[in-house]
Ligand binder design. Structure first.
Ligand code: NAI
Length: 462
């Protein structure tokens, strides 16, 4: 007799959500986690703590830049870094304890320790071997290393170290203008660091709509962040308190050096599967180190599933959650489903950046005929009142059928606004459907409707 129906390895958003769905479906479930607290990278050293620091630093930015204009006079607040970190830790604590409560509520056992799979149907944690009918690998990802760059998590840090620096650096060099580099770069720029981002490509946030990329870089530059583009970092050299970063410009191969107090390495993440024993099991892995799965998230070994950052696709918590639920449903004999065409991406800077579906670039690659509807937040009354007129909403629709194919938003609450378009896409809506939906005034959401109107008879406030 198996002890469990399902053992899930990893308690990040993919793993814990999958566990809850398994329990809801009547499966006897356990979750394995080696960290002291549940929640994985996202809750402990990723999404949640970074949002706390983004929120606090944005408040400071508002006080410094916009309070005076609204008639709110007085000295801007000074930063108590220790208190800001303890606020962040408190937010982490509330969330991780919340997950622990949910595990108990759903009668999911937490097997504490790091898991190995000695053979299909068995999971070893510490000295205990647990039997199970199914295994879901949800072990997440870890920062990818960069040759010549030695991370010590004090002076040369990944996102983990960047969330608990001893002090706010005077000079911060960020390697990589991806999501992590720009979110955390923004935090420190607002807190007073001189931030320089060194990026290999010629545009920030690879894969995003090119117009958004340009506008985003311009807005961040206006906020005081310096960009060195087309530059490949060669290595870092650390002495006790300082670090030198060497990079080569791609255009002429010239070598340059910049100094920093802290370097943040944000050049991507890779699947974390250490210690699971995948090789011995013969589980198929791609060249990029990702576990290969079929359409039912099952690996080549029956009864062993994988979801989230360890498999192909964007490394996003919500993508992992959806896969976790779908895998649970598949295991319970139902039909799990994930619509990979409608997975939003959000960058939580200010302004926020959000996207879903196709970009103009991918549509061109596919030779599709499309039309573009755009609306600037400058034409949105609510945004103007809130000092949030920077940015725009851009919707892409099929030229013939008017069906919405994608959307790209840079502007206030973009990460919330994008979901209106996600729902519309899930329902196969046309731009006209959005345009004909009454939107409350005055809201940021009106900018979404205006972009949809721009795809038909024309935006009103443009
Ligand atoms: P990323 O893949 O988004 O960006 C890495 C950047 O580093 C790229 O622009 C790349 O061209 C550049 N780069 C690589 N090697 C370089 C070199 N030698 N010199 C200069 N530049 C170099 O990776 P990032 O920001 O580390 O994020 C990792 C993952 O975490 C991503 O998949 C991201 O989606 C996810 N994430 C998502 C968040 C969100 O949804 N808000 C927040 C944080 C992370």
């Amino acid at each position: 007799m198996a002890n469990y129906d399902v053992i899930i390895i990893g308690s990040g958003p993919g793993g814990y959500v999958s566990a809850i769905r398994c329990a809801q479906l009547g499966l006897k479930t356990a979750i394995v986690e080696g960290r002291e607290t549940l929640g994985g990278t996202c809750l402990n050293v990723g999404c949640i703590p970074s949002k706390a620091l983004l929120h606090a630093s944005h408040m400071l930015h508002e006080a410094e830049h916009n309070f005076g204009a609204m008639g709110l006079k007085g000295k801007s607040p000074s930063v108590d870094w220790k208190q800001m970190l303890s606020y962040k830790d408190n937010v982490i604590g509330q969330n991780t304890k919340g997950i622990e409560f949910l595990m108990k509520k759903n009668k999911i056992d937490w097997l504490k320790g790091w898991a190995t799979i000695p053979e299909p149907g068995k999971v070893k944690v510490g000295d205990d071997i647990h039997e199970t009918k199914n295994i879901v690998i949800a072990s997440g990802s870890e920062p990818a290393s960069l040759p010549g760059v030695d991370v010590d998590e004090k002076i040369v840090v990944t996102s983990t170290g960047a969330l608990e620096l001893g002090k706010i650096p005077k000079k911060l060099v960020v390697i990589g203008a991806g999501v992590i580099g720009l979110e955390l770069g923004s935090v420190y720029a607002r807190l007073g660091s001189e931030v320089t981002v060194v990026e290999f490509m010629d545009a920030v946030t690879p894969g995003m709509d090119a117009e958004v990329q340009r506008s985003f870089q311009k807005l961040l530059t206006k906020q005081g962040i310096t960009f060195i583009m087309g530059a490949a970092v060669q290595g870092t050299e650390t002495n006790k308190t300082k670090v030198k970063v060497t990079y080569k410009l791609r255009k002429d191969d010239s070598e340059h050096v910049i100094d920093a107090d802290t370097v943040l390495v944000a050049t991507g993440r890779k699947p974390f599967t250490d210690g699971l024993g995948l090789d011995a099991l013969g589980i198929e892995i791609s060249k990029r180190g990702q576990i290969k799965v079929g359409a039912d998230w099952q690996t080549n070994i029956k009864g062993i599933y994988a979801i989230g950052d360890v498999i192909d696709g964007p490394m996003l918590a919500h993508k992992a959650e959806d896969e976790g639920m779908a895998a649970a449903e598949t295991i319970a004999g139902k039909h799990g489903h994930v619509n990979y065409g409608v997975i939003p991406g959000v960058i939580y800077t200010h302004p926020e950046v959000a996207n879903v579906g196709e970009t103009e670039e991918t549509l061109k690659e596919q030779g599709r005929s499309y039309k573009v509807g755009k609306f600037s937040f400058m034409g949105n009354g609510r945004a103007k009142a809130n000092f949030a007129g920077d940015g725009f909403v851009k919707i892409l629709a099929d030229k013939d059928t008017d069906r919405i194919l994608g959307a790209h938003i840079i502007g206030p609450s973009a990460g919330e606004l994008i979901h209106e378009i996600c729902v519309a896409m899930e329902f196969g809506a046309s731009a006209e459907d959005l345009a004909m939906t009454c939107h409350a005034h005055p809201t940021y959401s009106e900018a979404v409707r205006e972009a949809a109107l721009a795809l038909g008879g024309g935006a009103i406030h443009a």
